[in-house]
Ligand binder design. Structure first.
Ligand SMILES: Nc1nc2c(ncn2[C@@H]2O[C@H](COP(=O)(O)OP(=O)(O)OP(=O)(O)O)[C@@H](O)[C@H]2O)c(=O)[nH]1
Ligand SMILES: [Mg+2]
Ligand SMILES: [Zn+2]
Length: 355
């Protein structure tokens, strides 16, 4: 495959390390599982590893290659194996807080043009969560497209209600409801995918990300959850991340469902997602206004005048608090978690003593 077909653009060309290109070639990471990478370029799809130097210099997981990365690779053994020397700068990157207490980050994918944010129209449908995804995507500087799956499970009236709600709350007109069972909406999704662009599927486990990809490709390449298991919670069917190539030459990355979202630098995304509130907040009397009880708060006034919706306001405040939590330092958080752990232990002990 040619580099342009894989999404290589002038931006990467301008940022290249011409010295390093004398001994290496440019390739794109198309799948990652543990320390094994698959990379692709004119030579073809081959396995690769990273150099010891790259590992040694890596300060965190963010310095390792991820799906979608452009890399400098040195080829060996008749081009059957490669070693990744260095990464190209990333144009956009999707990352998330790793599950659990520790504040650590995991890369989801790099150099994504459009994020396909997916919710299913059954019990998974949740507007605040959708807003959280939009914040994350905006913050990463990636364009979002909202897909609502399992359309076959609800009535037309219910659908229209939900569509109106999503449009109002997110300010987005283009939202695609679809079903892989009756095929409604699939052509609209296909029509939205452009050649040489990279897409990434995001959404909770079980919403049907891999099922959609299989139907777009027309083959059951990806493992999906069996219908029998469809009620089982907390299990991820997809574990690795990989990029697939559609007939129209667009690329889509499948990812495992995410349980937690979090981001240090969420503020920019926050002001974009809640732009109408952000605009008003600039007129508050105090620059550090929390918009909850201060005198001269323009947001509180707008709430009374009903210029902004109470639902949107509640989410805005909730996300602001979350952002503040993510911005606390490592140490503060560890202390907080430790104290919490102690408290839980004490409560358990007391309960034991009582019984
Ligand atoms: N009713 C209905 N069920 C669907 C539809 N699409 C997918 N499903 C079912 O939803 C379940 C989950 O599908 P997956 O594609 O494995 O979900 P996923 O989002 O890839 O999940 P993870 O890989 O765990 O993140 C399966 O049982 C599918 O058969 C749909 O359009 N309608
Ligand atoms: Mg999956
Ligand atoms: Zn205010």
């Amino acid at each position: 495959m040619k580099l342009e077909d894989l999404g290589f653009s002038a931006w990467f060309q301008e940022h290249n390390d011409s010295e390093l290109l004398k001994s290496t070639q440019t390739a794109r990471v198309i799948s990652v599982s543990r320390n094994q990478y698959m990379i692709n370029n004119e030579i073809g799809e081959i396995p690769a590893e990273v150099t010891g130097k790259l590992m040694f210099n890596a300060e965190s997981a963010l310095d390792y290659p991820t799906v979608g990365d452009w890399v400098y690779a040195e080829y060996f053994d008749d081009n059957t194996f490669a070693v990744i020397q260095k990464l190209y700068p990333r144009k956009a990157v999707l990352k998330r807080k790793t599950p659990g207490k520790k504040v650590d980050f995991q890369l989801i994918a790099a150099n994504i043009d459009v994020a396909l944010i997916m919710q299913s129209l059954d019990h998974n449908y949740n507007l605040p969560r959708l807003e959280r995804y939009l914040v994350m995507i905006n913050e990463a500087g990636i364009e979002p497209l909202v897909l609502l799956s399992k359309l076959d499970l609800i009535s037309t009236d219910e659908l229209n209600e939900k569509l109106t709600e999503v449009r109002q709350r997110t300010g987005r007109k283009k939202i695609i409801p679809f079903s892989t069972i009756n095929g409604i909406g699939l052509n609209e999704i296909k029509g939205s995918l452009e050649p040489c662009k990279t897409y990434c599927l995001l959404g909770s486990s079980g919403v049907g990300k891999s099922t959609l990809l299989n139907s777009l490709i027309g083959e059951n390449i990806l493992k999906t959850r069996s219908v029998r298991e469809s009620d089982s919670h907390g299990r991820h069917t997809t574990s690795g991340r990989q990029m697939l190539f559609l007939e129209n030459r667009s690329m889509i990355i499948d990812t495992p469902g995410m349980r937690e979202l979090g981001n240090f630098d969420i503020e920019t995304g926050l002001s974009q997602t809640f732009s109408e509130i952000d605009e008003i907040a600039r007129q508050c009397k105090f620059s550090n206004c929390t918009h909850e009880h201060e005198k001269g708060c323009a947001v509180q006034k707008a709430l009374k005048d009903e210029t902004i919706s109470r639902d949107r306001y509640r989410n805005f405040i909730k996300m602001k608090k979350e952002a503040a939590y993510y911005e606390m330092s490592y140490l503060e958080k560890r202390q907080r978690d430790k104290n919490f752990g102690k408290m839980v232990k004490n409560v358990m002990k007391n309960n034991k003593n009582k019984s």
